[in-house]
Design a protein around this ligand. Structure first.
Ligand SMILES: [Zn+2]
Length: 137
């Protein structure tokens, strides 16, 4: 990701990484200016700030979680996880029921891996996939 250096104003690069670690989302951002040597790094956890999330989606493409089985027990448990992780109300979660089996969520790879991990903990069979037709560059 290109940006301009806050110290010398010349073009510089920012590197963003995101991962799911132990069920938590962690991310980091590193800045390096080749012109004046300015550098900083920050990291955090939880969902990425929106502007960074955009960049990660551009870099890694968009990912999705598919729930593979549609039996009623699976649906109830899957919905429970979705409500918990996405902060949905009962009413907001209702449309998700219709998507099971199938794609229940989309987002960054880290977000989807975290969601899949939690779903698997509750014995919901899922698959994390990169959405087709996206360019990683
Ligand atoms: Zn600089």
């Amino acid at each position: 990701m290109e940006c301009s250096c806050s110290r010398c104003g010349k073009p510089a690069s920012v590197y963003i990484g995101e991962a799911s670690a132990g069920g938590r989302l962690v991310w980091s951002r590193a800045f390096v200016c080749e012109h004046c040597g300015a550098a900083w790094e920050e990291d955090g956890h939880g969902v990425l700030p929106p502007e960074l999330r955009e960049v990660v989606l551009q870099q890694q493409g968009e990912w999705c979680v598919d729930v593979l089985s549609g039996d009623s027990g699976t649906r109830v448990r899957a919905l429970q996880v979705l409500r918990e992780l996405l902060g949905l109300t009962v009413v907001e979660a209702k449309p998700y029921l219709k998507r099971i089996p199938g794609t229940v969520a989309r987002g960054t790879q880290g977000e989807m891996e975290r969601l899949a991990r939690r779903l698997r903990e509750l014995r919901v069979e899922v698959e994390v996939k990169r959405l087709a037709g996206q360019d990683a560059s």
